[in-house]
Design a protein around this ligand. Structure first.
Ligand SMILES: Cc1cc2nc3c(=O)[nH]c(=O)nc-3n(C[C@H](O)[C@H](O)[C@H](O)COP(=O)(O)OP(=O)(O)OC[C@H]3O[C@@H](n4cnc5c(N)ncnc54)[C@H](O)[C@@H]3O)c2cc1C
Length: 178
């Protein structure tokens, strides 16, 4: 696990606010989360999960350990009579992912095109536009609890999606992680 220090965050937030992360770890896989959990120095540190930085306003340098989510990958998992089930890494850009679905003949996400941010950020506030929300197209998410290192899956009901809201919007509310 590589911890970077004094990292400029200006490129990592939509408003381009000038701020620095005192400490930052790039999360490129679930194994990186497990490595963090196994690291005695950083395991219990306060931390902040950063996606595309399009729904945050930085008010100064960030003291908690910044976990910058950079998990990549997109694939078709299954084609059913009703839907195409695709799996996408949390660090993928949301709009580019919508473009990828269109290019590959998996329609359904077009109304959510051009929303800034990452795929991992999309369920946090149940992104929505032009009459649909993520919850209308959502199958499930895979996650790892930062405090226990336990992997878990949440379906749409467990995400408790609401208007620009979900269980993930309240950091302490991830019930399936406990
Ligand atoms: C110009 C503009 C237009 C927008 N238009 C829309 C719109 O039409 N509809 C709409 O719904 N929203 C819109 N938004 C809001 C924004 O696009 C969404 O909230 C987006 O989903 C944020 O994703 P992000 O990756 O940038 O998250 P960030 O801003 O990085 O983080 C937001 C929150 O999610 C958490 N988070 C991020 N990634 C993860 C992860 N992998 N795991 C756990 N927690 C995570 C962060 O800790 C933070 O609490 C707009 C924003 C801008 C700047």
């Amino acid at each position: 696990m590589i911890v970077e220090h004094n990292v400029p965050l200006q490129p990592y937030n939509s408003f381009g606010i000038v701020a620095r992360a005192q400490h930052l770890v790039r999360i490129a896989s679930g194994d990186d989360v497990l490595a963090l959990h196994a690291d005695a120095q950083w395991r219990d540190s306060p931390r902040f999960v950063l996606g595309g930085g399009s729904n945050i306003v930085l008010t100064g340098d960030v003291k908690p350990l910044v976990l910058k989510v950079e998990i990549k990958g997109r694939r078709l998992v299954e084609e059913t009579p009703r839907a195409w089930i695709v799996e996408v890494g949390a660090g993928e850009n949301w709009h580019e992912t919508v473009e990828w679905t269109v290019d590959n003949g998996f329609p359904g996400l077009e109304n959510l095109a051009l929303i800034p941010g990452t795929v991992g950020g999309s369920p946090v506030q149940n992104i929505g536009a032009y009459g649909i929300e993520l919850q209308d197209r959502f199958e499930s998410l895979d996650a790892i609890a930062l405090d226990t290192g336990r992997a878990f899956t949440l379906d749409a009901a467990q995400c408790a999606f609401g208007y620009r809201d979900s269980v993930a919007a309240t950091a302490s509310a991830w019930p399936a992680a406990r």
